[in-house]
Design a protein around this ligand. Structure first.
Ligand code: ATP
Ligand code: MG
Length: 448
């Protein structure tokens, strides 16, 4: 992409309403633009990251055996009357009436709808287990939308639903999602910690929140710090095999959110030097809730004995749009974002220090084409303007590598390559720059 064609409306001033770094940086770097409280338009740069995050989430869901579909954002109220949640959900639900005065709502979640879809198509235990998911916009009329996309009112969520014959089988599905989540967040460079959590209005009795530690996080959490660097299962993991040992390993050490925290237990189980009380951002939440929806909504299957019984269900959410904020909180400095390669809007920025100069223009155009040819996502700053301005802009948007092309370097056939994560610079020949970048990009994108 040539910067001259792109749409990158940077803010000069630090927006005063933004209280945390990720919100400030997303506004300043022209990634989002607010359209109402907790409602954002995704500008091209932000949208590129959103799509990369979504794609990682999708790949790991698919790997775990979940099947993608798409449900609508608007739902009929009657579905929610069947489960009894229409009144219980309260003011967070955006209620709408259509032209015939039918009651509708903008979905805050999809347990009811997926249960309706499931019961229409599945009759026998032989069709189980099933895991279905979609990645769709949700609306929750939050009391305090804040921190930008972290707590929006309209936000993008991946939600999966599992259907099993009994509790033991449902736990196998739960474990698949548990492992899929560890892998999903690790691929984004995040160290997520599964913590015992309250089940809230979704209901049920087994639940974990996946938390990334961050000072600006909204949740107070307590954990054994040895969880932070625990090894995540690799891509050869057999999702049809027994994942209970992984679950046991991660849950053997203490980790709980505020609502589930028990200090006595904490002090008994965790050696004092490993005790952490910190703040965190909830990026995912998984639940097993048994027959809470299948019973009132009559989603039953015939067992081997021919008798009908309600299916055992779970639901599993990832805050896809919230993840942008969480990733920036984890990877930034005063100058801007420092995207991990896997979610970076572009892998590399090519900076032409003297646009209009024949040698610079030519070298940049050659690099730009060759990098793209090599499968690298490139943003080419082909605009006029001062060098300082160009450097600052590239640092702000935080692409993992910058290739700086200027008349001085070109005299000796060189360009400078800067790594954004630690600022390390290296002079390389124009001829080797493509290989240098392409190799590092493909290494960083390797899925383990
Ligand atoms: P929270 O406790 O933060 O309000 P929740 O428990 O209501 O979240 P879930 O229903 O478990 O959220 O939704 C699944 C995921 O969706 C959450 O883990 C979070 O990452 C994301 N999410 C929930 N609410 C919001 C929101 N208002 N803005 C952005 N992401 C959200
Ligand atoms: Mg939650």
């Amino acid at each position: 992409m040539r910067l001259s064609r792109f749409y990158l409306p940077l803010l000069k001033e630090t927006p005063s309403e933004a209280q945390i770094a990720s919100h400030r940086l997303m506004l300043r770097a022209g990634m989002i633009r607010q359209q109402g409280a907790g409602i954002y338009a995704w500008l091209p740069l932000g949208f590129l990251v959103l799509k990369k995050i979504e794609q990682i989430v999708r790949e790991e869901q698919d790997r775990a055996g979940a099947v993608e579909m798409l449900m609508p954002t608007i739902q009929p109220a009657d579905l929610w009357r069947e489960s009894g949640r229409y009144d219980a959900y309260g003011k967070e639900m955006l209620r709408i009436t259509d032209r015939s005065d039918r009651e509708m709502l903008f979905g805050p979640t999809n347990e009811e709808m997926i249960t309706e879809i499931f019961r229409a198509g599945v009759r026998s235990y032989k069709d189980l287990p099933k895991m279905l998911y979609h990645i769709q916009w949700k609306f929750r009329d939050e009391i305090r939308p804040r921190f930008g996309v972290m707590r929006g009112r309209e936000f993008l969520m991946k939600d999966t639903y599992s259907f099993d014959i009994d509790e033991a089988e449902a736990r196998r599905s739960y474990n698949k999602m548990f492992v899929a989540y560890l892998r999903t967040f690790a691929r984004m460079g995040l160290k997520s910690i599964p913590m015992r959590a309250d089940t809230g209005p979704i209901g049920g009795d087994l639940s974990h929140e996946f938390i990334v530690l961050a000072e600006t996080g909204e949740s107070a959490v307590f954990c054994d710090e040895r969880l932070i660097d625990m090894e995540v299962p690799d891509k050869e993991t057999d999702f049809d095999g027994d994942l209970q040992p992984v679950f046991d390993q991660f849950t053997s050490l203490y980790a709980a959110t505020d609502e589930m925290h028990n200090n006595e237990d904490f002090e008994k189980r965790v050696p004092s030097e490993n005790r952490m009380s910190a703040r965190g951002i909830e990026i995912g939440h998984i639940f097993y809730f048994g027959t809470k929806y299948s019973l009132p909504m009559k989603a039953s299957v015939a067992g081997a004995d021919g008798k009908d019984s309600p299916v055992h269900m779970g639901s599993y959410g990832v805050g896809v749009s919230r993840l942008l904020g969480a990733i920036i909180e984890a990877f930034h400095d005063d100058d801007g974002c420092k995207w991990p390669m896997s979610v970076a809007p572009f892998h590399v920025g090519v900076i032409n220090l003297k646009s209009g100069d024949d040698a610079c223009d030519k070298a940049c155009a050659t690099l730009y084409d060759a990098l793209r040819e090599a499968g690298v996502d490139v943003l080419y700053d082909d605009t006029g303007g001062r060098a300082g301005e160009k450097f600052a802009r590239m640092d702000l948007i935080g692409l993992p590598y910058q290739v700086v092309v200027g008349p001085r370097g070109l005299k000796s056939g060189n360009v400078e390559i800067k790594r954004r994560s630690d600022g390390e610079r290296e002079e390389v020949s124009v001829d080797s720059a493509v290989h240098f970048i392409a190799e590092r990009v493909s290494d960083a994108l390797k899925v383990e």
